[in-house]
Ligand binder design. Structure first.
Ligand code: ADP
Ligand code: MG
Length: 754
């Protein structure tokens, strides 16, 4: 008797060679297979007429078998089952199956049939090879018309998977339901068994939807449980109170080359007030691209550092960490702070000693090795002179790792005031002397659940064993750093409240005054050439251009998506042979990425062709045009974020949305980009169109998109939150809910950061 834990390789019906493929897909047990959801459903109810207009498309047709015969190809020991189907349009097609002679027993002449597959033209005959098929009833109903399609890998077809999953479904009855019975009753949710059955073999669209909603709820429920647990842990801690030194801040602000926006003022004030409390701040700085979040972060950092505490700033990627390192060195040029960059792949340690009081020399001689390399890094962008080191990329030698130790010591001793890096900082054994503020620049990459865990990490970052602040520790309470999280792109207020009820909100809904509006235009294929001409003209005027593409290489599934590599090739040879083009994609090594980015910054390229996976948070003020290929494939928020890459300098900037789609829906979506430059407006629209699941990219959580799509209303989040709250109020440690506790544990393992 099989159980959920039975290994697939031990199931007699699954031949070893298939079991091996399943292993490669990370499907080991029966449970794994049952939780491997279809990624889409073919709708047999939407039949198209048989017509040459669908050649090379996948369609479902419905008709009558008019001919049925079996052919044998003796030489190749093969049989071909062949039928002719005619539909009400009067057209007919031929369908063939290889080595499946039994099909003909079901599809005799006069049988109504549905076929789903790719329509091709063989000679003058319309044909389908190996289509999915089913006998059609006399009357057409919607039932049984949704055919699940799974991710197919190396010889495993959806049909095969369906055939394997069907008999195993009964075992799902043994599965314990993570969502407690009362909650299911209250919210009218399917139990796990029904939900799984309907996910794999939906009886109707309505039932499929209910099943998907149930899984979306489950996901959100776990996220909320985790978030709330962490919130209460968080609130049980203490933090060092940092006095608000008005004079210090005023001096700093008046020394800036611009006036702060009112929104920046207000947010800074809210943060500084939080820092004064002996309880840990947990605040989200929610603002549009370019709204000046960095400056607000700088003000908070300044206050903490001046009071003698250490600050950490974490970025999601190394490129961004480095950029922050450069900005903060510049912002604090006139202050006597030591700033360090600490990232993983560099294995590089660098620090910046500012030159106030003329005491830098002493420090440099003390730190000679560290500083030498540091200046090499800094020298690329900032005005730090007297350094002629060309080698900005440090070799990964023991030597450097040793230097890392040196820096770690300096962090521990408190010599370093500000550490900038990737989130690896807090996960590694980096010890601080008196870390009082952690700032996370999210760049929208961390999922909601990931954020919860990240927060958990931050809580232990300042372990009392590692650090001794001596301040603010009250009684038994542990002292943890204040936390400021920054969004990369605005989150609609309603969603932020629903999702992050545990955070205080500061909103930057106002852009700095000096901004020129970016001109956005949808460019259909017909006027593409004009856009290219315009780009050449911009380059001739000295500007630079981004070209963003959806995927890194031609994938079988999405062949129409342009590959960055081939597009780079095409643009270089056919469109802009006279210009200099760079290529950036996620498969490049981290160092090579940096290299390309640097060259673009140094204007060695006119045009940078890049995939979206690569961090575009980078600041290139000279770039005035961004082209987004297949723009309709991106979410609006993401498009808006891309757009924020231009318009950072004094030049009028342009965003071209290339599209090959002319469906109304795609155009309407893109229209929103033409109509508005307001990030909050766009993200609200994005939320309405795609739902919070897509909006937040909960994809990392392991649930298929299809379930997340149904996380389509804030109501569902609110319910999940209320139910989670309800459970935790009587059972904070989930002692009475072991199933939930272990689900959370698994959840944590699954989505744990890197
Ligand atoms: P984001 O919110 O996207 O992180 P940044 O902090 O990088 O935005 O700011 C974008 C640019 O705007 C930076 O070059 C910064 O120096 C500049 N900036 C910030 N605040 C103001 C302001 N109040 N007025 C003018 N420019 C500003
Ligand atoms: Mg930023």
């Amino acid at each position: 008797m099989s159980t959920l834990q039975t290994q697939l390789k031990n199931i007699p019906k699954i031949l070893p060679k298939y079991a091996k493929i399943l292993e490669k897909m990370e499907l080991h047990s029966v449970e794994d297979l049952l939780l491997n959801f279809p990624f889409r459903y073919d709708d047999f109810s939407q039949a198209s007429p048989i017509s040459p207009e669908y050649i090379n498309q996948t369609v479902t047709i419905e008709g009558m078998v008019t001919k049925s015969k079996l052919a044998r190809v003796f030489r190749r020991k093969m049989t071909i089952a062949e039928i002719t189907v005619e539909d009400s349009s009067g057209n007919s097609l031929k369908a063939v199956w290889f080595n499946q002679p039994f099909i003909l027993e079901s599809l005799k002449e006069g049988t109504p049939v549905r076929l789903s597959g790719k329509l091709t033209l063989k000679g003058k005959v319309l044909q389908m090879s190996n289509p999915a098929w089913e006998r059609a009833g006399r009357e057409t109903t919607n039932t049984g018309c949704l055919v699940p399609v799974y991710n197919e890998t190396r010889g495993l077809t959806s049909k095969w998977l369906r055939w394997q999953i069907k008999p195993l479904l009964a075992i799902a009855q043994q599965m314990e339901d993570v969502v407690p019975y009362e909650i299911r009753q209250r919210l009218n949710l399917y139990d796990i068994y029904t939900a799984l059955t309907q996910i794999h073999f939906p009886d109707s669209k309505e039932k499929l939807l209910r099943a998907q909603k149930r899984f979306a709820f489950q996901e959100m429920f776990l996220v909320q449980l985790k978030t709330l647990q962490i919130k209460s842990l968080w609130e049980g801690n203490a933090s060092v109170p940092i006095a608000f030194d008005e004079k210090l801040i005023q001096n700093f602000v008046s020394g800036l080359p611009f006036k702060l926006t009112n929104a920046q003022r207000k947010a800074s004030f809210e943060i500084l007030k939080d820092l004064e409390k002996p309880a840990p701040m947990n605040r989200l700085l929610n603002g549009d691209v370019g709204s000046g979040k960095t400056m607000v972060a700088a003000i908070a950092s300044l206050q903490a550092m001046q009071a003698g505490f250490q600050v950490v700033i974490m970025a999601p990627t190394e490129v961004l960490a480095k950029q922050h390192f450069e900005s903060f060195n510049k912002i604090f040029e006139k202050y006597d702070f030591n700033i360090a960059l600490l990232t993983n792949s560099y294995k590089l340690v660098s620090s910046h000693q500012s030159t106030v009081n003329g005491n830098d020399k002493v420090v440099i001689s003390q730190w000679s090795t560290v500083i030498k390399n540091a200046t090499a890094v800094i020298s690329q962008q900032s005005t730090v002179n007297n350094c002629n080191a060309k080698d900005d990329r440090l070799p990964m030698t023991d030597d450097v790792i040793l230097k890392r130790d040196v820096l770690l010591n300096k962090i521990q001793s408190g010599e370093i005031n500000l550490v900038i890096g990737t989130h690896a900082i807090i996960q590694k054994d980096v010890a601080f002397k008196n870390l009082a503020l952690i700032i996370i620049d999210e760049q929208h990459r961390f999922g909601v659940a990931q954020r919860a865990f990240l927060q958990q990490e931050t809580m232990s970052a300042n372990d009392p064993v590692k650090s001794a602040t001596g301040h603010g520790a009250s009684g038994q309470k542990k002292t943890i750093p204040h936390l400021l999280t920054m969004t990369a792109t605005p989150i609609p207020r309603t969603l932020a409240i629903a999702m992050f009820g545990s955070l205080e909100l500061s909103i930057l809904d106002e852009m700095p005054k000096n901004r020129k509006e970016i001109v956005t235009k949808i460019i259909p294929a017909t006027i593409r050439q004009e856009a290219y001409d315009f780009i050449r003209q911009q380059v001739h005027e000295g500007r630079q251009v981004f070209v963003i593409l959806p995927l890194v290489e031609d994938s079988k599934v999405l062949t129409e998506i342009k590959a960055a590599t081939s597009e780079h090739q095409r643009l270089s040879s056919e469109i802009f042979p006279d210009l200099r083009l760079g290529l950036l994609h996620g498969k490049l090594k981290s160092k090579d990425k940096e290299d390309v980015m640097q060259k673009f910054k140094d204007r060695e390229f006119d045009i940078l062709v890049s995939t979206s996976v690569v961090e575009v948070g980078i600041d290139i003020p000279n770039a005035s045009v961004i082209v987004i290929e297949d723009a309709d494939r991106f979410g609006l928020s993401q498009l808006h974020q891309f757009r924020g890459r231009v318009g950072r300098g004094e030049h009028q900037s342009y965003c071209f949305l290339f599209t090959n789609s002319n469906t109304d829906k795609a155009t309407e979506r893109l229209q929103a980009m033409e109509d508005s430059n307001d990030g909050f407006e766009i993200s609200q629209k994005d939320l309405e169109l795609r739902g919070p699941g897509q909006f937040f990219g909960l994809v990392q959580s392991g649930l298929p998109d299809i379930a997340m799509e149904h996380l389509s209303n804030i109501k569902l989040i609110k319910f999940a939150r209320a139910e989670a709250q309800n459970i935790l109020s009587s059972d904070p440690d989930l002692k009475k809910h072991p199933l939930l506790a272990s689900a959370l544990q698994k959840f944590q393992e699954k989505i744990h950061l890197e």
